[in-house]
Design a binder for this molecule. Structure first.
Ligand SMILES: [Zn+2]
Length: 327
């Protein structure tokens, strides 16, 4: 059933040349790939789900047969990953600077409101954090992009800061009056009350390494927002190394000293939001591995069948059109 392992590729013309460039860089080793065991349960027992991502980049998306965690393996190593984000090749494929202009406009019109979870709201995480009633003043964002996520916090009279690897985006943030540090994900100042990791955690090569560094910095609260894999199939892409569920995300954070105090999920796209509090004593979080595996396989099979039927439908439709022309 090789058909089942092909993730449907989107047909977007202007990114084709970047996709080809990336496939070459992956093949010739310019972007080095490394195989790692499951970061959730540390086992090496995997099932291949897909052999390509939504843009047609050749890579393997696997599920750990032991704990149900889904991730890319092998993955681009840390050094190549840094090159990837610095080079702006990532932005060329995934987000243009126009997206940041647009996001900035949305940020400017942000108003505190009751969190609603039907449709994804890029600034709903601010309401999510505010509704938790935690006390915080100093906010820092890792991988702050164009700085838009920080703007609502400035409006709430918080002290804001962040870091970013793309010089283009740092410049953009600067023109909007937000100063970002040019540094890797892991350089975080001291005395931060709330650390924000939004649309970033799933991009990291080694999320646990970052959690260990955060723990050392004595940060009180940690917010992580990631595209989730809970009841619908995520859109798989090279830039996302990991596809978290609440269980896998919380499991990794708890054993690194962060206990969840609030969680929520958007129904429309399964985006997960979890707020953690730093613990002095390290604990373990247990979840039902076999239930997790069953759930992932159920969603995967449903997705596979839907796409199979869709391809038959398209095939028949094309044949029908051809028949019409013959007549
Ligand atoms: Zn595992």
């Amino acid at each position: 059933m090789n058909f089942a392992k092909k993730f449907p590729v989107r047909n977007i013309k202007n990114i084709k040349k970047y996709v080809e460039l990336l496939n070459v860089k992956l093949k010739n080793g310019e972007f080095r790939l490394i195989h790692r065991s499951c970061i959730c349960c540390k086992q090496n027992s995997e099932k291949i789900l897909f052999n390509n991502d939504r843009n047609g980049i050749n890579l393997k998306i696997l599920m750990c047969k032991n704990c149900g965690f889904v991730y890319l393996n092998p993955r681009i190593d840390e050094e190549s990953l840094r090159k990837f984000y610095e080079s702006d090749l990532y932005r060329d494929i995934y987000h243009s600077i126009d997206n940041y202009q647009y996001k900035w406009k949305l940020a400017e019109s942000y108003k505190k409101k009751k969190l609603q979870l039907h449709n994804y709201d890029p600034f709903g995480f601010v309401d999510f954090i505010e509704e938790s009633k935690i006390k915080y003043k100093r906010v820092f964002e890792i991988g702050a992009a164009g700085g838009a996520n920080l703007l609502p916090f400035r409006g709430l009279n918080k002290k804001i800061g962040g870091n970013e690897l793309s010089k283009k985006l740092i410049k953009f943030a600067n023109t909007k009056g937000i100063k970002l540090l040019y540094s890797n994900f892991d350089s975080i100042p001291l005395n931060i009350d709330l650390l924000i990791i939004q649309h970033v955690f799933e991009h990291l090569f080694d999320p646990e390494k970052l959690l260990k560094q955060i723990y050392q910095k004595n940060i009180k609260y940690l917010y992580i927002g990631v595209p989730g894999f809970v009841n619908i199939m995520p859109s798989v892409q090279l830039a996302h190394n990991f596809y978290f569920s609440f269980n896998t995300l919380i499991s990794i954070c708890v054993r690194n000293g962060f206990k969840p105090i609030k969680k929520a999920i958007y129904n429309s796209n399964n985006y997960l939001m979890v707020l953690f509090q730093r613990q002095n004593k390290i604990e373990e979080y247990e979840y039902n591995y076999s239930y997790e595996v069953k759930n992932i396989i159920k969603i995967y099979n449903k997705f596979r069948i839907k796409n199979f039927l869709l391809s038959i439908y398209r095939f028949l439709k094309i044949n029908k059109i051809n028949e019409k022309f013959r007549k």
